[in-house]
Design a protein around this ligand. Structure first.
Ligand code: SOE
Length: 398
């Protein structure tokens, strides 16, 4: 560490799938990006003493605790990274912001609009004393997605007419897959809608620079009862086999909705955990008056681009390989033409978060941006409950 680099000590709450992804990013960010601040992986928190001790060693944290309040109370913690299920986001982040810690909170911001509003208010108040808050919609930081936004912002697509977004997974298609926390409304807020639908809502609003103004939705819970889990961590779980006690699934398995964008475009969204064979397929296509772009997470180093201003005989979708030094984030990695992966999006997220803290600016997505996503999730759920009735989305001031 150079003498003029300020060290920021990080405390992370939660250590399963997202905790592991964030740990990998905290370990890497200062090795790849040149930043005026340096993150130190000081403390990780989880409820189970032996599991969190093991996670601290495995993921590279200096120490561990079983009490998040102790983590927040420590004077030597500067940043709190919240990777817990949604039911504890509001309590932990608000306490951390009130204690003057910068906060990174996993998506979706909260389980309800009320919680998200309180979190956004706490972030706005903390901001007045230089404390920063950001929500972890990591896919914004895939270089091809950032490039998509640049193409739209520079006018290369013209007026946006259509957005077509799907996020497809299949990890619970087996009705015997246990009732993990992501399938319980009190823990997760909603199902596929909030877990993966939130990503495509945020991503498309980010890329187009437009907000969803209204929706009409259908949702479904295909498997209504599941065995209670004997063991679970991240997306993996096991039940006790035949005879295991059953519990109610209280969230949606799939959500499909149409939407209007405030810039005049029409959009369709599908989020499901029942798309057999689609393990983690996030796809977005945007059609404008001057061209189109398409992104597929399974080919995340590429972007398809159609330029309708080219001579007619030469027109066609072309593939941009997003691996060059003049592409977002890429100069810091490998020589031209070398690809990156899923985990890099988290490293880029931390790069931007640390850079914002260092320069005293506000990182995005802000808690207000994430509240806007929460308002869309809420409008989708209400529309579905009312038989797909058209539901306007409340707009928070930009
Ligand atoms: C599970 O559906 C999950 O891990 C999401 O929670 C993440 O946000 C997404 O990146 C991958 O899938």
């Amino acid at each position: 560490m150079s003498t003029n680099e300020k060290e920021l000590r990080v405390g992370m709450v939660g250590y399963a799938f997202m905790g592991a992804a964030h740990s990998q990013a905290w370990r890497t960010v200062n090795r790849v990006f040149d930043l005026p601040v340096r993150a130190r992986m000081a403390l990780v928190c989880g409820r189970d003493e032996s599991k969190v001790a093991d996670a601290a060693g495995r993921l590279g944290w200096d120490g561990h605790t079983t009490d998040w309040r102790e983590l927040i109370a420590r004077d030597d913690i500067d940043i709190v990274d919240v990777c817990t299920p949604g039911d504890s986001h509001a309590e932990i982040t608000i306490a951390a912001l009130e204690a003057g810690k910068h906060v990174l909170c996993e998506k979706p911001l909260a389980n309800t609009v009320e919680e998200a509003r309180a979190m956004a208010a706490a972030a706005a108040k903390a901001q007045t004393v230089g404390v920063r808050a950001m929500c972890g919609f990591n896919y914004r930081r895939v270089p091809a997605v950032s490039l998509m936004r640049e193409l739209v912002a520079s006018g290369r697509l013209g007026v946006i007419r259509h957005v077509r977004a799907v996020y497809l997974q299949d990890w619970i298609t087996d009705p015997q897959f246990p009732l993990v926390w992501r399938l319980q409304k009190d823990k997760a807020g909603s199902g596929a809608l909030g877990d993966i639908g939130a990503h495509i809502i945020d991503l498309t609003q980010f890329v187009t620079g437009q907000r969803i103004s209204g929706v009409s939705a259908i949702t479904e819970t295909f498997v209504k009862e599941r065995p209670l889990p004997a063991e679970s961590s991240g997306l993996a779980a096991s039940a006790d086999g035949a005879g295991a006690a059953m519990g109610q699934v209280t969230v949606d398995d799939a959500a499909v909705f149409v939407a209007r964008l405030d810039g005049g475009g029409l959009a369709t969204y599908e989020a499901t955990r029942f798309a057999a064979g689609r393990r983690n397929a996030l796809r977005v296509e945007i059609n404008g008056s001057l061209g189109s772009v398409a992104f597929d997470l399974e080919r995340l180093n590429e972007l398809e681009f159609f330029d309708a201003t080219e001579p007619g005989a030469e027109q066609g979708f072309r593939r941009i390989l997003v691996t060059e030094g003049d592409h977002p984030y890429m100069a810091a990695w490998w020589p031209p033409g070398h690809i990156i992966g899923y985990e890099h999006s988290f490293t880029h997220e931390l790069r931007d978060f640390l850079a914002a803290i260092a320069t005293g600016s506000d990182p995005t997505p802000s808690f207000a941006d994430a509240l806007q996503v929460q308002l869309v999730l809420d409008a989708v759920a209400r529309s579905a409950e009312l038989g797909s009735s058209w539901t306007a989305v409340e707009q928070v001031p930009a």
